[in-house]
Ligand binder design. Structure first.
Ligand code: GDP
Ligand code: GDP
Length: 455
């Protein structure tokens, strides 16, 4: 059933090349229904080549390979974001903030006919703060009658509004030219949509667990190369650090090395920083202070890594401060709090004494290998055949749903799709997931198992 492969390999290759060339990134940002997706299709000339479905925290963000006047760029559509319990206002701003963070140029789309709303105003604020170049598109200007509505958007303070009808194509060429005027040759947000190059590591953890101490310890003094990304107010800085004979890219280290100016709640920024770092990273080291009880925030950060679908290593720091009693309690806390994640490699370290620093790289490599793993379809199905024969799904209402076959839809992280003859219970799905881990390992990576029912 290889024909059921759900990911187009060729498109993944395009993404890979684009990343190596550091093709600049243009993010399309705006409220729902202003016409972002329509505009994206317009720009792509309806080629609609999906380059990479960006996994994780924001599943709805999709990157495309685009071109205008001979210039290539990655076009990121944030169109499909969902309205959730938090309320649309925060959600829009939050989504936009992440997209902006990961872009070289922002295409901000406003519905000219509706005019600027409070949500638009919230986005404008964060666009200003980001310092990124913005091209303002006044959309739905289908004919000349709406030109005045477009002109009214001057007062957003983002410069010239470009009147466009994404639906009919009117004005879109001029807006694209405006993008090219501010598009850098090379992307400064390398990593977010990248593949290839040194492996990208996010160093995460709540305040005071020892992130900057660990970074300093790993970097030593002379081997650090600071890859400074200019022109942004928040200066995300990546550091290339040589460890175990290889280069590693530690992403967004500025937020670790110095406290970022906080205008909103510290929690909001901490979690946003974690998210953006995760988006850029392939693997995360979550640092937990071993000398004090595990906190809710520690657990939340670990969960964020899992939700983002990134490889994971847990490092228990300040080991030098633990005594036998504390270590006893720590093991109980781990059993209680992290029971869902027994698969994450664990290292007990001390940034202060340098204890077990040499164990971090093997742990990172183990997790990344698992993250990259592809199980051949034949092997996957013969294994599933065995476990299904040994442990069939329970009969419900006189029916017994069967798993017909499975395919691995993606790597990074490994995602499996089970095709079934009927509804598969969550408990049974977890059973399959557990058996997959037992058989294939996947140490250090989250895996995903989803079910499609076939009529
Ligand atoms: P998104 O949620 O921002 O991605 O918005 P969509 O691209 O899905 O568009 C929302 C609605 O606006 C759809 O019904 C589109 O057909 C419509 N729309 C988008 N662009 C235009 C336009 O230029 N003119 C008009 N009249 N309608 C548009
Ligand atoms: P960050 O906020 O996560 O970057 O944490 P810092 O690196 O600033 O560390 C917070 C405090 O913990 C500092 O006083 C460090 O000296 C101390 N610290 C960090 N790592 C260790 C460790 O392994 N052992 C001990 N004893 N102290 C540590």
């Amino acid at each position: 059933d290889e024909d059921l492969a759900l990911v187009d390999r060729d498109d993944a290759d395009i993404a890979h090349e684009a990343a190596l060339e550091q093709v600049p990134v243009v993010a399309v940002v705006g409220r729902p229904n202003v016409g972002k997706s329509t505009l994206v299709n317009r720009i792509l000339g309806r080629r609609e080549a999906v380059v990479e479905d960006v996994p994780g925290v924001t599943r709805d963000r999709v990157a495309y390979d685009a071109e205008w006047s001979g210039r290539r760029f990655t076009l990121v559509d944030t169109g499909g974001w969902a309205i959730d319990a938090k309320g649309i206002h925060l959600r829009v701003a939050e989504q936009a903030e992440i997209a902006v963070e990961l872009a070289d140029v922002v295409l901000f789309v406003v519905d000219a006919v509706v005019g600027a709303t409070d949500d638009d105003a919230a986005v404008v604020k964060l666009l200003r703060r980001s310092g990124k170049p913005v091209v303002l598109v006044a959309n739905k200007v289908d004919d000349q009658r709406f030109e005045a509505d477009a002109a009214a958007l001057w007062n957003l303070g983002l410069g010239q509004p470009w009147p466009v009808s994404a639906l009919h194509g009117r004005g879109s060429g001029d807006a694209l030219d405006a993008i090219l005027d501010v598009l850098p040759e090379k992307s400064a947000v390398f990593g977010a949509y990248a593949r290839g190059g040194p492996r990208r590591v996010a160093l995460l953890g709540r305040p005071n667990v020892g992130k900057s101490s660990l970074l300093n310890r790993l970097a030593g003094s002379d081997r650090v190369v600071v890859d400074d990304v200019a022109g942004t107010t928040r200066d995300p800085v990546d550091e290339l650090i040589e460890l175990g004979g290889k280069e590693w890219r530690f992403v967004d280290t500025a937020g670790i090395r110095r406290r970022v100016h906080q205008t909103r709640g510290a929690d909001f920024y901490a979690s946003l920083r974690t998210q953006t770092a995760l988006e850029k990273a392939e693997v995360a080291i979550v640092l937990i202070d071993a000398s004090v009880p595990i906190t809710e925030q520690d657990i939340r950060i670990v969960q964020q890594v899992v939700d983002a679908g990134r490889a994971l290593v847990i490092a228990y720091n300040k080991w030098d401060l633990t005594d036998e009693e504390r270590r006893h309690y720590l093991e109980r806390e781990i059993e209680r709090e992290l029971v869902q994640i027994p698969w994450a490699p664990r290292v007990n370290v001390s940034a202060t004494t340098g204890r077990h620093m040499d164990r971090l790289v093997p742990a990172l490599e183990t997790s990344l290998d698992s993250w990259d793993t592809r199980i051949p379809t034949g092997r996957l199905n013969s294994f599933l055949g065995e476990i299904v024969a040994g442990h069939p799904h329970p009969v419900r209402g006189g029916k017994q749903p069967r798993i017909l076959f499975a395919t691995q839809a993606s790597t990074r992280p490994p995602r499996f799709v089970l095709f079934a003859s009927g509804f598969i219970e969550a408990g049974y799905r977890r059973f399959v997931e557990r058996r997959l881990r037992e058989e294939f390992g996947f140490e250090g990576t989250p895996i995903e198992v989803s079910v499609r029912v076939r009529e």
